[in-house]
Design a protein around this ligand. Sequence first.
Ligand SMILES: [Mg+2]
Length: 389
Amino acid sequence: MIIHVDMDAFYASVEMREQPGLAKLPVVVGGSAQDRGVVAAANYAARKYGIHSAMPVAQAQRLCPQLVTLPVRMPLYSKISHQIREIFQRYTPEIEPLSLDEAFLEVTASERLFGDAVTIGKRIKHDIANELSLAASVGIAPSKFVAKIASDIDKPNGFVVVKKEEVQAFLDPLPVSRLWGVGKVTGGEFERLGIHTIKQLRQQPLQALQYRFGKFGEHIWNLAQGIDPRKIVTDSRAKSISNETTFAVDISERSVLQNHLLELTEQVAFRLRQQGFYARTVQIKLRFADFKTITRAMSLPSHSQTTKELWQAAKTLLDTALAGRPRAIRLLGMGTSSLSRQPSGVQQADLFSHPEQEKQRELDQLADQIKNRFGQISIHRGLKPTNKI
Ligand SMILES: [Mg+2]
């Protein structure tokens, strides 16, 4: 069985834990409105106003004038993410993090030691609440995507188990937008085709979906049948580390896309540093409004885990991919591959001939330390008018 653990409104919940006075107020964590920042997390009080993550902060502030907007403190969330990971590791070494606050756990081999998956899921949820004063939602199912839906369906503080024989009955009545990677916009496309539920989707001829949506059509048709053979990929075995986000509405404005890409890049860079990896290849993934999905990749001069270097490559890829024609984007991803445990093929001595690289590494470390020590002060990178960071 697979357990999907997803922290509830993670960044916002962490801030509420750190500053109890915020408990009842609508709170978002995100970039600044002036820099066209987006909401990275909204607590449940803020969601009542229709605010959700990936929404421009300026728009969120219009929806809720008394909104408390806090800067993103990634090193703090990263530290807590480590603590959550340590709890997972008590029960299984098979952990696939999807982001700082979300992971899949394969617990089949652990059941002999700790009891069945339900018992393990309950213990993890309890440990997180008890030791970290944070709420997690837990989904348990035979496959990754069903576990992911299960953790989401009863948020916040959810605990949903879907047994093997219950999978199809669980999926059938759900809206197609629940399927991983479909998102609200693609869901709308299905609505127009008269396909509302997963049951209606799985009853379509496969060829029709392939014709309309290409490879993606086959993928979601399989998911609709409950077929998802994807295994857990632990970071230590990872060939790549990436993050992606499906937007609630298509986005065509480049500066907004850049903000999202920077956010993704910071998360990926943190995961690289946490795991002790250096990446040689940077790639981005774009899914357009017409479902066409492209990836673009480039090699770095040497292996890196520096936010600035990864970001420069990612931004170049985005600018090139969008050159000349603004197009509506529904999914944006950023990833790194060709991972190494060493900074590079370069010899140690060569490091000193790259003072700029050395400086960036120190900056990343310093930024982490300062932010951890001084709490409120954020030196989260914003997009300057020059697009330099
Ligand atoms: Mg979450």
